[in-house]
Design a protein around this ligand. Structure first.
Ligand code: TYC
Length: 103
Protein backbone atom coordinates (compact mmCIF):
# COMPACT_ATOMS: atom_id res chain seq x y z
CA UNK A 1 0.00 0.00 0.00
CA UNK A 2 1.05 3.67 -0.46
CA UNK A 3 2.60 5.30 2.63
CA UNK A 4 2.93 8.94 3.66
CA UNK A 5 6.14 10.66 4.94
CA UNK A 6 5.66 9.10 8.35
CA UNK A 7 5.27 5.65 6.93
CA UNK A 8 1.56 5.39 7.59
CA UNK A 9 -0.57 3.63 5.07
CA UNK A 10 -2.54 6.06 2.93
CA UNK A 11 -5.99 4.89 2.09
CA UNK A 12 -7.29 6.54 -1.00
CA UNK A 13 -10.99 7.14 -1.36
CA UNK A 14 -12.72 8.12 -4.56
CA UNK A 15 -15.49 10.65 -3.87
CA UNK A 16 -18.93 9.13 -4.28
CA UNK A 17 -20.45 10.39 -7.47
CA UNK A 18 -23.49 12.55 -6.77
CA UNK A 19 -26.13 13.25 -9.35
CA UNK A 20 -28.13 16.43 -9.67
CA UNK A 21 -31.67 16.10 -8.16
CA UNK A 22 -33.91 15.67 -11.21
CA UNK A 23 -37.05 17.64 -11.76
CA UNK A 24 -40.62 16.36 -11.75
CA UNK A 25 -43.55 17.56 -13.82
CA UNK A 26 -47.04 17.70 -12.39
CA UNK A 27 -49.47 16.35 -15.00
CA UNK A 28 -53.20 17.03 -14.71
CA UNK A 29 -55.64 14.57 -16.28
CA UNK A 30 -58.94 15.16 -18.02
CA UNK A 31 -62.22 13.70 -16.83
CA UNK A 32 -65.85 14.16 -17.87
CA UNK A 33 -67.16 15.70 -14.63
CA UNK A 34 -64.86 18.31 -13.10
CA UNK A 35 -66.07 21.80 -14.09
CA UNK A 36 -63.67 23.74 -16.31
CA UNK A 37 -63.92 26.73 -13.99
CA UNK A 38 -62.78 24.62 -11.01
CA UNK A 39 -59.73 23.39 -12.94
CA UNK A 40 -58.83 26.95 -13.93
CA UNK A 41 -59.02 28.11 -10.30
CA UNK A 42 -56.92 25.15 -9.12
CA UNK A 43 -54.24 25.83 -11.72
CA UNK A 44 -54.12 29.50 -10.75
CA UNK A 45 -54.05 28.75 -7.03
CA UNK A 46 -51.51 25.92 -6.88
CA UNK A 47 -49.38 26.52 -9.96
CA UNK A 48 -49.10 30.30 -9.88
CA UNK A 49 -50.61 30.87 -13.32
CA UNK A 50 -52.71 33.87 -14.27
CA UNK A 51 -56.25 33.45 -15.63
CA UNK A 52 -55.14 33.38 -19.27
CA UNK A 53 -52.37 30.83 -18.77
CA UNK A 54 -54.54 28.66 -16.49
CA UNK A 55 -57.35 28.68 -19.07
CA UNK A 56 -54.96 27.65 -21.84
CA UNK A 57 -53.63 24.73 -19.75
CA UNK A 58 -57.16 23.64 -18.79
CA UNK A 59 -58.23 23.63 -22.46
CA UNK A 60 -55.15 21.62 -23.43
CA UNK A 61 -56.05 19.02 -20.78
CA UNK A 62 -59.64 18.99 -22.00
CA UNK A 63 -58.59 18.49 -25.63
CA UNK A 64 -55.48 16.30 -25.28
CA UNK A 65 -56.39 14.35 -22.15
CA UNK A 66 -53.55 15.77 -20.06
CA UNK A 67 -51.08 18.63 -19.71
CA UNK A 68 -48.14 19.70 -17.59
CA UNK A 69 -49.06 22.32 -14.99
CA UNK A 70 -45.54 22.92 -13.69
CA UNK A 71 -42.08 21.47 -13.10
CA UNK A 72 -40.60 21.26 -9.58
CA UNK A 73 -38.26 19.35 -7.31
CA UNK A 74 -39.58 15.90 -6.37
CA UNK A 75 -40.84 17.03 -2.94
CA UNK A 76 -42.56 20.17 -4.18
CA UNK A 77 -44.19 18.27 -7.08
CA UNK A 78 -45.54 15.67 -4.63
CA UNK A 79 -46.95 18.46 -2.44
CA UNK A 80 -48.67 20.07 -5.45
CA UNK A 81 -50.29 16.73 -6.30
CA UNK A 82 -51.51 16.33 -2.70
CA UNK A 83 -52.92 19.87 -2.67
CA UNK A 84 -54.79 19.40 -5.94
CA UNK A 85 -56.21 16.01 -4.95
CA UNK A 86 -57.33 17.30 -1.57
CA UNK A 87 -59.02 20.38 -3.07
CA UNK A 88 -60.77 18.24 -5.69
CA UNK A 89 -61.87 15.64 -3.15
CA UNK A 90 -63.23 18.31 -0.80
CA UNK A 91 -65.19 19.87 -3.68
CA UNK A 92 -66.53 16.46 -4.74
CA UNK A 93 -64.77 16.42 -8.13
CA UNK A 94 -62.88 13.44 -9.58
CA UNK A 95 -59.99 15.59 -10.84
CA UNK A 96 -56.73 13.66 -10.89
CA UNK A 97 -53.10 14.63 -11.27
CA UNK A 98 -49.72 12.96 -10.86
CA UNK A 99 -46.05 13.78 -10.83
CA UNK A 100 -43.41 12.10 -13.01
CA UNK A 101 -39.72 12.64 -13.69
CA UNK A 102 -38.96 15.01 -16.54
CA UNK A 103 -37.18 13.10 -19.35
N1 TYC B 1 -63.52 17.75 -19.35
C1 TYC B 1 -64.07 18.59 -18.30
C2 TYC B 1 -65.44 19.12 -18.71
O1 TYC B 1 -65.80 19.03 -19.86
C3 TYC B 1 -63.14 19.78 -17.98
C4 TYC B 1 -61.84 19.36 -17.43
C5 TYC B 1 -60.66 19.98 -17.86
C6 TYC B 1 -61.74 18.36 -16.45
C7 TYC B 1 -59.44 19.64 -17.34
C8 TYC B 1 -60.51 18.01 -15.91
O2 TYC B 1 -58.13 18.33 -15.81
C9 TYC B 1 -59.36 18.64 -16.36
N2 TYC B 1 -66.18 19.66 -17.76
Amino acid sequence: PDRDEGGSVVLERVPLKTKPPGMYQVVMLNDDYTPMEFVVVVIQEFFGKDLEAATAIMLKIHLDGKAVCGVYSKDVAATKVDQVLEAAHKAGHPLKCLSEPVD
